[in-house]
Each structure stands twice: as C-alpha cells, then as structure tokens.
Ligand binder design. Structure first.
Ligand code: GRF
Length: 216
C-alpha cells in the first residue's frame, strides 16, 4: 500500500512508521512526506530516510482553500492508497478533503470523543480523569470527529503533569499508529458510511491496543 504522510512538527510518529516499513514483512511504503512548515523536523527525518518531501508555506497562498487544493493535488500525484496525518496541525478545507474520506486517518492524543482539538493532556488532568490515551480515526470534515478505528489507554497517576502524560503516551501512540496503518494496509479495516468495519463486520467500539496488537 502506498502511503503519504502529512506532518507539521517533530515527526516521531513518522519515525515509527518509517521504522515499521523497514521491517521485512512491511505492508506499506511511504512514498511522500508533505508539510506546511518547511523547517519541521519531520521533513528532515523523511529526507534522512530517503523519502521524497514537499514543504508548502501557507503564507504563499491567498486562502486556506487554495493551499489545501495545491497540497492535495501534489498528494494525489503520488497516487496514495492512504494518507496519514501524523501531527499535521491544520484544519483541512471540507471540499478538498471530501474525495479523501475513507482514505485518510489521523492520530489524536486523547480518548475520542473526549478532548478534540488542542491541550488534550492538560484537559484530561483538569477533568480529574483516571485514564487518558490516544485514538486513530478516519478523517472527516468535523475536526477530530471522524469514526474512531483504534485506541490505546493509560492510567493517569497522581502527580502527572501534561508533560509527563505526553511523554508516557507518545510511545503508545507510535505503536497504535503503526498497528492501525498495518490493518488498513491489509485492507482489513475500512470506512463504510459512518461506521468502521473490521474483516467485513461493523465495529461496535474502537479496537484496543494490547502490546503491539489490536483487538475488538
Ligand atoms: C502527537 O501527539 C499526535 O498525536 C498529535 O500530534 C503529535 C505529533 O507528534 N496529533 P510527532 O510530530 O509525531 O512527534
């Protein structure tokens, strides 16, 4: 399966995907990494791995729609089966996004539907939650609101700060994203209407990650 990754920042989730595609039994190949921040570490990681990159600066465009249209024209030129948003910090134009629904996933650091948007770790602590986690979902025009495929949970300990939570969650995010991309690449998971199917059967809730394996 051909994968395009969009990333704006540090690129640790991208790094996990690159490590996975180097495994002998890899089910996907990252054909392009594109971003909206030319200085992003994610682009340097891709270059270091010999993956083609594109960096577009939104300031060079009249509006969001023209930026997104240009970005996705370039994405489409690489004929991906799947687009992975891995720390891509932009809201996408609904019209540009529409043809990609079902072929685009995002990783989000919360147990959706809790805490869409930013500052998820702080919000989980402030709410007094006992558990926190991350989700991978199909992207729809609703910000962080598309059907959830898979989640990983972790306990919030007394004394946790947003920084300690983020640090503990990140390696779990990496495993969650790789395991989910593997399932999509095997064509075992797909979006059907508003729902996610695994091996043809509707999911009654998100898949859960245990170790490196996802299960209902
Ligand atoms: C991750 O926490 C991801 O869940 C969120 O943005 C962060 C990206 O981190 N969407 P990185 O750039 O992959 O290191």
């Amino acid at each position: 399966m051909r994968v395009v990754v969009l990333a704006s920042g540090r690129g640790s989730n991208l790094g996990a995907l690159i490590a996975a595609q180097r495994e002998p039994d890899a089910r996907f190949e990252i054909v392009l990494v594109a971003g909206d921040k030319p200085e992003a570490q994610a682009l340097r990681i891709a270059e270091g791995a010999g993956i083609a990159t594109i960096a577009l600066d939104p300031r060079g465009y009249a509006d969001r729609t023209s930026f997104d249209a240009d970005l996705f024209a370039r994405v489409a030129a690489n004929a991906p089966d799947l687009v992975v948003l891995a720390g891509f910090m932009r809201i996408l134009d609904p019209g540009v996004l529409a043809p990609w629904v079902g072929r685009m996933i995002n990783i989000h650091p919360s147990l959706l539907p809790k805490y869409r948007g930013l500052k998820t770790h702080a919000r989980a602590i402030e709410a007094g939650d006992a558990v926190h986690g991350a989700s991978v979902h199909f992207v729809t025009p609703e910000l962080d609101g598309g059907p959830v495929i898979a989640q990983v949970g972790m306990t919030i300990e007394a004394g946790d700060t947003p920084a300690t939570l983020a640090a503990r969650l990140l390696p779990l995010e990496h495993r969650l994203l790789v395991a989910t991309v593997d399932l999509v690449a095997e064509r075992r998971v797909l979006l059907d209407g508003d729902g996610v199917r695994l091996d043809g059967a509707p999911l009654s809730g998100p898949l859960r990650l245990t170790g490196r394996t996802l299960a209902a």
